[in-house]
Design a protein around this ligand. Structure first.
Ligand code: PRP
Length: 211
């Protein structure tokens, strides 16, 4: 039976393809970098390349059996599928960051810009703080730099974006890595194939999440 997989485009794709190849899956066509979105040449594994926030949408609709996506998205969106394997790649961190003059203890209600409104709200709720969230789609670092927000809740991997924009980390919220998530119905119908794949990936994934 064919397994259909939604793979997050971009950084996740780049980091996961070597793992898939090491697990014996033919990914040459995906690695060949084109604008193609569907890869169905291998009868055992069909891939689609999607943006991270769409992975769970495809999974929830049963369009794909498996999603490969960051745990940042899983935490933000919440889901009812089966989080089967931490691939120990794509390690990054949720952080609270801003310009150096930001005062986390300021009494004025804070404006927080983020791509992750749920995560940000949850963090400040735990701090017992009521904040206003501004939802941003990308380049979140611009928000405190332009004065639109007091601070951001975002992910950082290498720290380059923060550094190059002179932003400082004020709190570490949680760590993030790439996970393999399985549609619950697919897990019943394609159990053998799914377990074979996850066992192969388990053997080749980094043993510890690398920073
Ligand atoms: C993410 C994140 C940061 C950046 C951090 O954005 O939102 O902006 O990566 O990575 P770094 O610590 O390695 O510099 P992404 O590159 O996914 O794009 P976006 O800004 O369009 O959201």
């Amino acid at each position: 039976m064919t397994l259909t997989i939604a793979l997050t485009k971009g950084r996740t794709e780049t980091q996961v393809l070597p793992l898939l190849a090491a697990a014996g899956i033919h990914c040459e066509a995906i690695q060949a970098k084109s604008r193609r979105l569907i890869f169905a040449d291998d009868p055992s594994f069909h891939f689609i390349l999607v943006k991270a926030p769409d992975v769970l949408t495809y999974l929830n609709h049963g369009t794909v059996d498996i999603g490969i996506v960051g745990s940042d998205i899983l935490a933000e969106q919440g889901h009812r599928q089966f989080d089967m394997l931490d691939l120990n790649t794509g390690r990054c961190r949720f952080i609270l960051a801003s310009t150096a003059d930001f005062d986390p203890k300021q009494t004025k209600r804070k404006l927080i810009a983020t791509k992750y409104p749920h995560i940000a709200q949850q963090y400040f709720q735990k701090q017992g703080e009521d904040v206003e969230i501004i939802k941003i789609e990308g380049s979140v670092e611009l928000a405190p730099l332009t004065g639109m927000a007091d601070a951001i809740v975002d992910i950082t991997e290498t720290g380059t974006t923060l550094r190059e924009n002179h932003l400082k980390v004020f709190a570490e919220l949680a760590s993030v890595s790439t996970h393999l998530v399985v549609n619950r119905l697919a897990l019943k119908q394609k159990r053998t194939e799914i377990y074979q794949l996850t066992q192969s990936l388990q053997k080749v994934r980094p043993q510890e999440a690398s920073l």
